[in-house]
Design a protein around this ligand. Structure first.
Ligand code: GCW
Length: 844
């Protein structure tokens, strides 16, 4: 939280943190460091013209951290320079708050109206003693200023023209971790927690300090440490003592810790008979708990609350509202300057799918809009950007316009739960930017979401953005390019007017290289990645057609139909889409301000990419470009898969221009993605072809030239199975082996020539199946199914392709796959495909 909300007791903080800087110094030796992200040694292709010699004007812990970052940044910058370049000009860098700078340098024009957390960077071009001034409105501002200086220098900024002021658009700029005390991370795809293990806070908090540096470098000021499906245990005294160590580790970089709390804690750990938020004993319990927390963590940021949602306890058990629960917590925190982020993600997951009026999308607005005006000033209602749940495409939540007397934060996901789980390249900044810029036209006025979150549109005091980060011990987000999302989140929360491409460019220059060809390619790949992911998963606003009750990863179209979870897209033989109109559907469109309500009520004016979110239409319905819905479904999947294959070509051209380990890591991921996009394509296309019975004008759907099914092979040991869901296997069937070794054999009957040879198999958890391709009895390739993919059953989560390039074949050749099961992996096989070399899927 920004300083005004968090009265800090300076003495205690100074003591707490001196040991901390020491810990951070040690962190250089730790396995997980910020230089695995963008705070890494210089990527500049030329020696910078200056070397900064710091002079810090104050002694606070954050000023010491700023000093350290200045030195570190300077070393980073100079680190990549070539010896032949001219020696850099030595320049004094003066660091302090505006007040300190004004006193030390009375002749320079220090701004008098910098807002909290803002900074000013100024080149004092004095010929005798050139200096760069970095002044913060306060200590956090100074930290942000130092990081900004290096960002600017990395971007090639001419330092002699620096006279820059900047301040954050939003007060709340938090990341949420969904870490559990046992060390697992809900929806995390990068290993285990950096905070917790075995029920306790980890001993080694060096990665936590490194994380705080990364967060501060992009302006993030809060970190909610634990899963919103909260374990009440963390509120017990001995755990709070441990949490205080985390707060100490993050404090020098101005990152304040917060905790998710379960609203039944007064009963579950407090021993009270009730957790009714209006009960006096319950209120007293929370007040006492808040006092205890602030004694240990004087700058504690506050609580995040998930209640009455997906099985979490909530105030509804006592006939109370979210406002009642939020206000009880807020009253406890208010004397200490803390806030409550109360999540609007409250819905009934036992909806009746027979009822056309039932609609999960309505829930947040239906529940929270009537409560507008009832929340205490230190409550912020935290709403996901769309009305469902982080899908690849959703409309903007109407609740942003529906709360005009309540502070609001927008929750987005950095961890790619529904967008490929970091195995697929998906840069999310374009989605966030689109939402931030989206004008809801509330009260017939211009009210873009970013203005609402900046607390400018309505009667609000606070607001901002929260990103569910999911970082873990595997190089923060595991995928190197996925780190662009964490970076972009912070940059947009600071300045929502930045362009996603510019953010991608500054990220790439700091993280990979300043080589223009590389930067241009990376920005281009990132730019199209979300749109493309959407096209081969769930286009036209159908939502991500994934396994919504399980992994949230591979295709599983019907998992969202005919159950209480309410992520329906209502596909039947005649048409598809959820009718949310007032006229004939759930009436959700009426939750928008009139201009948008009218737009979305009519399929003709609804944007195509949201058509099926709002309307149920026949497959033959024509989109704005004249194409039918069904043809669009076919085409977007084929084009999307082809486009994903194109990333491999783009990246391959960068060989030798980026560090080899990074090159190899990203290449393997892109190859995997290209192959998994084919799994998605085939699953959705064959599903809708069967359901609609309408052929594909382009002749793709249902035609797989060169494909030979495992179930049609001569099988030795392999048994034919029905795959669930059927669309995840070619023709719905696969073969599995429960012997020591099995084989499937085909006789090649095509033209002689050289081909690429693809093998589609299921890489299951719980063992490493082994495969050999033999041609006329001779081994041609051999590989292991050793990827780490979701699910222990053969399906679209783990359907995987291995490609052997450039194989010579002639009619009559015997093609054989030999599968060796291991543990729970039965070496399951879907099909083989013989492809012309030039059309081949990318080679692994
Ligand atoms: O997207 C869903 C996730 C849950 C998550 C929930 C939420 C923390 O699948 O894992 O629970 O949203 O946002 O509360």
């Amino acid at each position: 939280m920004p300083a005004p909300m968090c009265p800090i007791k300076p003495n205690r903080i100074a003591v707490l943190t001196s040991s901390l800087l020491l810990a951070t110094t040690i962190s250089a030796a730790s396995a997980q460091t910020a230089d695995q992200a963008w705070l890494r040694p210089s990527t500049l292709d030329h020696r910078p013209a200056i070397s900064l010699e710091p002079r810090v004007l104050g002694f606070g812990i954050m000023e010491q951290a700023a000093l350290r970052e200045l030195k570190d940044g300077n070393a980073r910058l100079l680190g990549g320079s070539s010896d032949s370049a001219p020696a850099p000009l030595k320049v004094e860098a003066v660091l302090g708050t505006v007040d300190e700078v004004r006193r030390a340098l009375p002749h320079i024009p220090v701004p008098t109206d910098l807002q909290p957390e803002g900074y000013w960077i100024y080149w004092n071009g004095a010929a005798d003693k050139p200096s760069l001034v970095v002044a913060g409105a306060d200590h956090p501002g100074l930290i942000y200023g130092v990081f900004a200086l290096f960002r600017l220098l990395a971007a090639g900024q001419d330092f002699t023209r620096l006279n820059l002021r900047s301040q954050p658009a939003f007060r709340i700029r938090w990341v949420d971790q969904w870490d559990n005390p046992d060390g697992t991370i809900e929806r995390g795809y990068a290993g285990r927690s950096i905070f917790f293990e075995g029920g306790d806070v980890r001993q080694d908090l060096a990665p936590v300090s490194e994380y705080a540096r990364l967060l501060a470098s992009v302006g993030i000021n809060g970190c909610n440490l634990n899963n919103v499906n909260a374990s009440p245990d963390l509120l017990k005294h001995d755990h709070l003592v441990q949490i205080a160590r985390i707060a100490d580790a993050m404090r020098p970089w101005g990152v304040h810790v917060a905790l998710s709390v379960a609203v039944n804690s007064p009963q579950s750990i407090g021993g009270l008979a009730t957790f009714d938020p209006k009960d006096a004993a319950v209120k007293a319990w929370w007040a006492a708990r808040a006092r205890e927390i602030y004694d240990l963590i004087p700058d504690f940021a506050g609580f995040t609350v998930k209640a009455d949602s997906e099985g979490q306890p909530g105030p509804s058990s006592f006939g109370r509202t979210p406002a009642d629960a939020a206000n009880t917590l807020a009253a406890a925190l208010a004397p200490h300057g803390g806030v409550v982020l109360y999540r609007a993600f409250v819905y009934n997951h036992h909806l009746d799918w027979h009822d056309p009026k039932a609609d999960r999308a309505r829930a947040a607005y239906d529940i929270f809009h009537p409560l507008d005006g009832q929340f205490l000033p230190n409550v912020i209602v935290q709403t996901k950007e769309g009305p469902i749940d982080f899908q690849a495409r959703e409309p903007v939540s109407p609740l942003f316009a529906g709360l005009q007397k309540t502070s609001q934060a927008m929750e987005v996901q950095i961890t790619q739960e529904y967008t490929g789980q970091q195995r697929h390249l998906v840069y999310l900044a374009p989605m966030w930017k689109q939402v931030l810029d989206f004008d809801l036209h509330a009260n017939n006025q211009s009210t873009p979401v970013k203005e609402i979150l900046a607390a400018k549109s309505f009667h609000q005091s606070l607001g901002g953005m929260v990103g569910v980060a999911g970082i873990g011990r595997d190089r923060w987000l595991s995928s190197p390019l996925a780190l662009a999302n964490l970076y972009a989140f912070g940059r947009l929360a600071w300045d929502p007017n930045l362009r996603p491409d510019s953010i991608a460019e500054e990220w790439a220059r700091q993280t990979i290289t300043t080589d223009r060809v590389v930067v241009g390619t990376v920005v281009d790949m990132l730019h199209w990645s979300l749109r493309n992911y959407e096209s081969y998963t769930g286009p036209l606003g159908m939502q991500t057609l994934t396994d919504i009750t399980g992994s949230h990863y591979g295709p599983n179209i019907e998992s969202s139909e005919r159950n209480g979870w309410g992520q329906w897209h209502d596909a039947d033989a005649k048409g598809v889409g959820k009718d949310r109109t007032v006229a004939t559907g759930s009436g959700y469109t009426a939750q928008y301000p009139p201009e948008l309500a009218k737009l979305y009520e009519d399929p003709a004016t609804t944007p195509d990419d949201l058509l099926l979110f709002f309307h149920h239409v026949p497959y033959t319905y024509k989109l704005h470009d004249g194409k039918t819905v069904i043809q669009h479904i076919y085409d977007s999947h084929y084009n999307g898969a082809a486009f994903a294959a194109g990333y491999v070509d783009q990246w391959t051209k960068l060989k030798g221009r980026v560090d080899a380990p990074l090159y190899d890591d990203v290449l393997a991921r892109l190859q995997y993605q290209a192959n998994h996009a084919i799994v998605w394509r085939d699953a959705i296309v064959q599903y809708f072809l069967k359901l609609s019975g309408i052929p594909d004008d382009q002749g793709h759907a249902g035609h797989y030239p060169g494909r030979l099914e495992a179930e049609d092979a001569r099988l030795n040991g392999y048994k034919i199975i029905d795959v669930t869901p059927w669309e995840d296997a070619s023709g719905g069937k696969a073969v599995t082996c429960s012997e020591k070794v099995c084989s499937a054999e085909w006789t090649y009957t095509g033209q002689p020539g050289r081909y690429s040879f693809a093998v589609q198999y299921f890489d299951l958890q719980g063992g490493i199946g082994h495969y050999t391709l033999k041609i006329n009895g001779q081994p041609a390739a051999t590989w292991d199914g050793n990827a780490d993919l979701p699910s222990k059953h053969p399906n679209g989560d783990n359907s995987t392709r291995y490609t052997v390039p450039n194989v010579g074949l002639k009619p009559g050749d015997i093609l054989q796959i030999e599968g060796t099961p291991d543990g729970q992996d039965p070496a399951a096989l879907d099909y083989i495909e013989v492809l012309p070399v030039h059309e081949a899927a990318p080679v692994i």
